[in-house]
Design a protein around this ligand. Structure first.
Ligand SMILES: Nc1ncnc2c1ncn2[C@@H]1O[C@H](COP(=O)(O)OP(=O)(O)O)[C@@H](O)[C@H]1O
Ligand SMILES: [Mg+2]
Length: 252
C-alpha cells in the first residue's frame, strides 16, 4: 500500500485539487484508493460532493475512537474510490491531541488496519505544520509538495524540508519526497516560466515532469462536487492530472 501525503503549509497552492484529482486518476486506473481529508476546512470532502453537515462520523472521531473507522469511510459513487471525510470539528483535534499518548502517530495506527484494502491512501493535509500535518506525514511513505508557480513560490519550502527531515529522523524513517509538483502554471506569464526553471534547476531530480496549468475548469469542478477529470476530462487541467497519475504509477 502506498500512502502519500499532499503537503505544503502554504494555503491555496493546489493541495486539495491535487489530492482529489490524483485520487480520481488512480481510481480510474482501477487502483483501490482511499482519500483521507485531514484539513478542518473539509475541501477534499466537499470536493467529492459530500456535505460535511450530513456526517455523523468523520476522521476526527476516528482519531480518538479507532473502532469507528469502518463506519466513517464513505464509498463514493465512483468505482474504486473511498473517502475518510473531515468536518470542521477536526480543528479541535490540533489541541486535543497534544495530551494524548502517541499523538504524532495516531493516524498511522488508525490506517494500518486498511493495508490489504487499498493500494493507495492519499492524505490531504491542512495549511500548517501543526499536529494534524505531522500525523499525515508520519502516516505516509512519501510526500508530494505542490508549489504554485508565482513569485513567492519557494517561501516556506525550507521550513517544510526541515520538518520533513526531522520527521524522517525521529518519527518515520520511511518518509521520502515523491516529488515537487508545480501547479497553477500560466504559460502567458514570463514570471511563471522563470519560477519553473528556477525550481527545476534547484531540485532537478525531485520535480514531477508534469506541470499543472492554471485552468478555470479545475477551479469550477469542486462546486459541482466532482474532480475536474469527471467534470471535464478534455480540459487541460484534467489531462494534466491524468499525466501526473501516469507519472506517479511509473515511479517505482
Ligand atoms: N490548476 C488550477 N487552476 C486553477 N485554479 C486552481 C488550480 N488548482 C487549484 N485551483 C483553485 O485554487 C484554490 C486553491 O486550491 P486548493 O487546491 O484548494 O489549495 P490548497 O488545498 O493548497 O489550499 C481553489 O479555489 C482551487 O479551486
Ligand atoms: Mg486544501
Amino acid at each position: 500500500m502506498r500512502r502519500i501525503a499532499i503537503c505544503n503549509q502554504k494555503g491555496g497552492v493546489g493541495k486539495t485539487a491535487t489530492a482529489v484529482n490524483l485520487s480520481v486518476g488512480l481510481s480510474l486506473a482501477e487502483k483501490q484508493v482511499l482519500l483521507v481529508d485531514i484539513d478542518p476546512q473539509s475541501n477534499a470532502t466537499s470536493g467529492l460532493g459530500i456535505d460535511y453537515r450530513s456526517l455523523e462520523i468523520s476522521v476526527y472521531d476516528c482519531l480518538f475512537e479507532p473502532a469507528l473507522l469502518e463506519q466513517a469511510i464513505i464509498k463514493t459513487k465512483w468505482p474504486c474510490l473511498s473517502l475518510l471525510p473531515s468536518t470542521p470539528d477536526l480543528a479541535g483535534a490540533e489541541i486535543e491531541l497534544v495530551e494524548k499518548e502517541n499523538r504524532e502517530a495516531r493516524l498511522r495506527e488508525l490506517l494500518t488496519v486498511l493495508s490489504d484494502k487499498y493500494e493507495f491512501i492519499i492524505i490531504d493535509c491542512p495549511p500548517s505544520l501543526g499536529l494534524l500535518t505531522i500525523n499525515g506525514l508520519v502516516a505516509s511513505n512519501s510526500v508530494i509538495i505542490p508549489i504554485q508557480c508565482e513569485y513567492y513560490a519557494l517561501e516556506g519550502l525550507e521550513k517544510l524540508l526541515k520538518t520533513l527531515k526531522a520527521i524522517k529522523n525521529g518519527l518515520n524513517d520511511n518518509l521520502v519526497i515523491e516529488g515537487i509538483l508545480l501547479t497553477m502554471f500560466d504559460a502567458r506569464l514570463n514570471l511563471a516560466k522563470d519560477v519553473v526553471d528556477d525550481i527545476q534547476k534547484r531540485f532537478p531530480k525531485a520535480v514531477f515532469r508534469t506541470v499543472i496549468p492554471r485552468s478555470v475548469r479545475v477551479a469550477e469542478a469542486p462546486s459541482y462536487g466532482k474532480s475536474v477529470i469527471h467534470y471535464e476530462i478534455s480540459s487541460t487541467g484534467a489531462q494534466a492530472y491524468l499525466n501526473l497519475t501516469r507519472e506517479l504509477l511509473n515511479h517505482a
